[in-house]
Design a protein around this ligand. Sequence first.
Ligand SMILES: Nc1ncnc2c1ncn2[C@@H]1O[C@H](COP(=O)(O)OP(=O)(O)OP(=O)(O)O)[C@@H](O)[C@H]1O
Ligand SMILES: [Mg+2]
Length: 274
Amino acid sequence: MTAVTPTTSDDEPILSLRGISKKFGAIQALSDVSLDIYPGEVVAIVGDNGAGKSTLVKVLAGVHPASSGTICYRGDEVSLANPTDARDLGIATVFQDLALCDNLDVVSNLFLGRELGAGALNEVEMEQQTWALLRQLSAKIPSVRTPVAGLSGGQRQTVAIARSLIGNPSIVVLDEPTAALGVAQTAEVLNLIEHLRERRHGIVLVSHNMADVQAVADRVVVLRLGRNNGDFAAADVTYEDIIAAITGATDNAVSRRAGMTGATLTRAKEGLSS
Ligand SMILES: Nc1ncnc2c1ncn2[C@@H]1O[C@H](COP(=O)(O)OP(=O)(O)OP(=O)(O)O)[C@@H](O)[C@H]1O
Ligand SMILES: [Mg+2]
C-alpha cells in the first residue's frame, strides 16, 4: 500500500471510516471502504461513474447510513444514522445541487432554518455575520441582499459553501463543486477551498476534474467499483497513476504500479507494443 503521511502536523484524523459497506437492495455500492480525514487537509475522492463517490458522501452526511463498518470521530466510535447526527458532529456537506432557495437573498439562504432572533428576526446581526463569513473566505459577492437567482454559478457555490460553515464544522464535504463552472469561477472555488484548508477544516472534495484535484488536493483517494483502489499523497502521484487506479489498469493500485511509466501505460491502453 502506498504509505500516506498526512500533510499536517496533526497526526490524529478528525474522522476515520473503516470497513464501510453500503447495499441498496442487491446493489453493493460500497465494500469495505476506509477513509481518514485530517484537519487542514484536502482529500480528493475520485473514481469512475458509479464508483461509489456520492454514496460515500451520503454516508458522511448521514443521508444513507452505512450497512456495516465503523466510524470514529476523534477516536471515539460514533453513529451517522441521520443528517442531524452528522451536523451535530460538525460534518457539513455541500451537495451537488446546492439546494439554495433562488428567490431568497444571500443572508436568508445562509440562515434558512436557523434564523437569529426570537420572535422578530435579527436581520442586522445575520447580515453582519454573512459579511464576516464571506470576508473570511475572500468571497466576491456584490450584495448579500440580492436573490441568489441573480448570482453566477461560482457565486452560488460560494453561498452554499458559506452556508455550510455556519456552526463552524470541523469537516466540509464538497460534491463536485466545480462541475458546472467556467474557468474563472472554478479558480474562485479552488481559492475558497484553500481558505478552508488554512482555517484547519478537514475537506473532502469529490471531483471528476483531475486538474482541480491536482491543484488543491493533498491526498487522493480512488474508489473503483465501490472499493478503495488507491490512497496517494498528491505531491507524489502522477496523473497517469490516478487514471490507472480509476480505470483498473492497476487493479488494487493501492500497491504501486509494477514499474509502468505513464508513456508505456498509454501505449498499453492504446494497444501499442513498445
Ligand atoms: N439510492 C440508490 N438506490 C439504488 N442504487 C443506488 C442508489 N444510489 C446509488 N446507487 C448505486 O450505487 C452505485 C454507486 O453510485 P454512486 O452514485 O455512489 O456513484 P458515483 O461514484 O457518485 O458516480 P457518478 O460519478 O456517476 O456520480 C451505483 O451502482 C448506483 O447505481
Ligand atoms: Mg456521484
